[in-house]
Design a protein around this ligand. Structure first.
Ligand code: NAP
Ligand code: HSE
Length: 419
């Protein structure tokens, strides 16, 4: 089986290397030799330590009769979508790791693919075979909930900030050097990469429609040393969580930093590792763990898809099509969870009472409160609150009111608490 590799960067190079290094084993498992015959790149003059013929002419690659399958590893949304659509029109198999493209075009691609094999295992949680688990291993279950750490870069940054006191910028640079981050790392740290992955998993689980902009997405940029102090004091760990739940045909989708208890199994998922907890009606809880980013880990999933194609495995792209479920997205204002609020205020009489009053008037019940003694000559102090389960709309209203109070220095910062 001759394969064209469209994009020979971090992941594409690893795919070529694994196909060559494990050639005999892959042939024994798939029944055929899988040969990477041509790579598509932008810059032919770039130095690369990978042995494959390269071209910067996509049209000539797409016209070749000797290519049996294409692997898209370029990144981006519209350009790869156009290229992949052309390949599917030729009824040639496609494998991709491109979650951004799938987040926007997954149903259009499914409609185009019909019976043409389309592998996207590498698009979610790097090397973890979570797509196969959801489409096949868990296919007897009605999926009720998925909770995951789905972005390796932000988990690597948060782990380094919490455990080693490394600052945000330094940790991000390290993650970039290790090949974990997207070409635009704001996708990682602002939560959108995890949102792309959450939409893909939720489409397999409950045929949910919607774009990343339709769901609640918050990133990790504003996590401060004070939040880390509070987390340590109260036995929490901060993780960027991706959460998807279905109840009464309403799907709740959200990505945001969250406090989770130190004894929560997800709290132990550190560095570039990802984990996905899946709750189904028959199996109840199962969990999948492994490297969520990096060239070789991701290429492991890409090559597994190629082996599946070589073996002739065909299943609809997103698995069983449950569009008849007709599920809708839950409005962001209707989300219910617990909250942590950090409020920087003037340290003077009546401030605490006023804030407590605003919370009470907006149906927010305080669970705990902490105030660090004010430093000498400092006018301001920081108040930390946690709440009982509350409505997102109510906590947003409280933040809006507090932000406009004279004694509040900055917009209060909120982190959701998940148990
Ligand atoms: P990368 O290192 O930036 O590599 C991208 C490759 O695509 C490069 O070879 C680049 O060519 C080529 N390319 C990009 N735009 C092009 C264009 N317009 N025309 C021709 N060639 C173009 O990216 P990567 O980290 O390997 O990621 C590839 C895909 O895998 C992305 O969709 C990413 O989201 C996904 N992914 C990455 C990881 C990871 O850990 N890195 C994990 C899971 C999924 P040049 O080399 O000439 O610049
Ligand atoms: N940039 C992504 C991450 C790559 O850090 O998780 C894996 O999808």
């Amino acid at each position: 089986m001759n394969v064209a590799i469209l994009g020979v960067g971090t992941v594409g190079s690893s795919v070529v290397k694994i196909l060559k290094k494990n050639k005999e084993l892959i042939k024994a498992r798939s029944g055929v030799e899988i040969n990477p015959v041509i790579g598509f790149v932008r810059d032919l003059s770039k130095k690369r330590d990978v042995d494959i013929e390269l071209s910067d002419d996509i049209n000539s690659i797409l016209k070749r009769d000797d290519i049996d399958a294409y692997v898209e590893l370029m990144g981006g949304v519209d350009r790869p979508y156009k290229i992949v659509s052309e390949i599917l029109k030729q009824e040639k198999p496609v494998v991709t790791a491109n979650k951004a493209m799938l987040a926007y075009h997954r149903y259009a691609l499914q409609n185009l693919a019909k019976n043409t094999p389309f592998g996207f295992e590498a698009s979610v949680a790097g090397g973890i075979p979570i797509i196969k688990a959801l489409k096949e291993g868990l296919s007897a279950n009605k999926i009720e909930k998925i909770v995951g750490i789905l972005n390796g870069t932000s988990n690597y940054i948060l782990t380094n900030m919490m455990q080693n006191g490394v600052n945000f910028d330094e940790a991000l640079t390290k993650a970039q050097n290790l090949g974990y981050a997207e070409s635009d790392p704001s996708f990682d740290v602002d939560g959108f990469d995890a949102a792309h992955k959450l939409l893909i998993l939720s489409s397999i689980a409950y045929s949910v429609h919607g774009d990343p902009e339709d769901i609640l997405v918050k990133g990790i940029r504003k996590i401060s040393s004070e939040d880390i102090f509070f987390a340590n004091e109260f036995e929490y760990v901060i993780k960027l969580l991706a959460i998807s739940k279905i109840e009464d045909k309403k799907v709740e989708l959200r990505v945001h930093p969250a406090f989770i208890n130190k004894d929560n199994i997800l709290a132990k998922v550190d560095g570039v590792m990802n984990a996905v907890s899946v709750y189904g009606d028959a199996l109840k809880h199962s969990m999948y763990y492994g490297p969520g980013a990096g060239g070789d880990a991701t290429a492991s999933a890409v090559v597994a898809d190629l082996i599946d194609i070589a073996k002739g495995n065909k299943s609809p792209m997103l698995g069983y099509n449950t569009t008849l479920q007709n599920v809708k997205l839950l409005s962001q204002n209707d989300i219910k969870t617990k909250y942590y609020l950090r409020v920087r205020v003037e340290d003077k009489k009546g401030v605490l009472a006023t804030i407590a009053n605003v919370m009470s008037e907006n149906r927010i019940s305080i669970d705990s409160f902490l105030q660090k003694p004010r430093l000498k000559d400092e006018k301001y102090t920081t108040l930390f609150f946690t709440t009982h389960t509350s409505l997102e709309a109510d906590i947003k209203k409280v933040i809006e009111i507090l932000e406009n109070m004279k004694f509040v220095l900055n917009r209060p910062f909120m982190i959701r608490i998940e148990s």
